[in-house]
Ligand binder design. Structure first.
Ligand SMILES: Nc1ncnc2c1ncn2[C@@H]1O[C@H](COP(=O)(O)OP(=O)(O)O)[C@@H](O)[C@H]1O
Ligand SMILES: [Mg+2]
Length: 229
């Protein structure tokens, strides 16, 4: 129907907000409407993204000692911020931009808003509550991602930390690096003010505590309203 539209849509939210579920559902709905869709995510499945996923799962071990194999290798928040930014540019070059040039609608499960929320909240200066230092942290992460193209639309799935935690527990699987209750609650608050982190980006909040189909409808409507597709 409307081939060649070439739009870049990002879905964001805390762990368990449903970003993966809603990315999949939106892809199906846009596909039914005749759009060519690429569904993808960050961290990507590329070389840097694969490395990041190993770090998040605690699979990379530090140096072995006389006591035996090493414990999970610690990565500083700033090292991770650099890896996420590197993965983002690699993913854009190799997957996202070619698809956009081919006229596809690209749906990306997480983008630099995740770096801005997660890395800024895990920077140690946040623990001291220093807002001005936190702002510097945000500026630095923004600078790292300066070359990353802006999305045509960012959908932020707002969900309470409690609902998201219950969904993660029901989903099962091992806990990852950022999946701690207090951090997730602070992330949920940050996402509520997401426009301050990506000023100028077209961004729509979606109430995502509701059941899957209800959220899917809200997501689909937001895309139609904002992009006309
Ligand atoms: N609106 C919803 N209501 C109830 N459960 C949901 C909803 N959205 C997603 N889920 C379930 O919650 C879990 C987490 O969803 P997922 O899409 O993986 O979240 P995320 O990618 O944001 O971490 C999955 O098991 C999924 O089936
Ligand atoms: Mg997910």
């Amino acid at each position: 129907m409307s081939a060649g539209v070439g739009r870049f849509i990002v879905l964001e939210g805390i762990d368990g907000s449903g970003s993966t579920t809603q990315t999949r559902r939106l892809a199906a709905s846009l596909g039914e409407a005749g759009h060519a869709v690429l569904t993808t995510c960050q961290p990507s499945s590329g070389p840097v993204g694969t490395l990041i996923r190993s770090v998040l799962r605690g699979e990379l071990l530090g140096p072995a000692s006389s006591a035996g194999a090493g414990a999970p290798r610690p990565f500083q928040w700033s090292t991770l911020a650099l890896l996420f930014a590197a993965d983002r540019l690699d993913h854009l070059t190799n997957e996202v931009e070619p698809a956009l040039r081919a006229g596809q609608v690209v749906l990306c499960d997480r983008y630099d808003l995740s770096s801005l929320t997660y890395q800024s909240l895990t920077a140690p200066d946040r623990a001291s509550g220093s807002v001005s230092r936190a702002d510097e942290t945000v500026q630095w992460i923004r600078a790292l991602n300066r070359e990353a193209r802006r999305p045509d639309l960012t959908l932020v799935l707002d969900v309470s930390a409690e609902v998201a935690e219950a969904r993660r527990q029901a989903r099962g699987g091992a806990e990852e690096l950022y999946e701690r209750r207090e951090l997730q609650a602070r992330l949920a608050e940050r996402y509520l003010q997401a426009e301050a982190l990506v000023p100028g980006d077209p961004l729509v909040h979606i109430a995502a505590d509701a059941e899957e189909q209800v959220v899917a409808r809200a997501v689909r409507e937001a895309v139609r309203d904002a992009l006309g597709i």
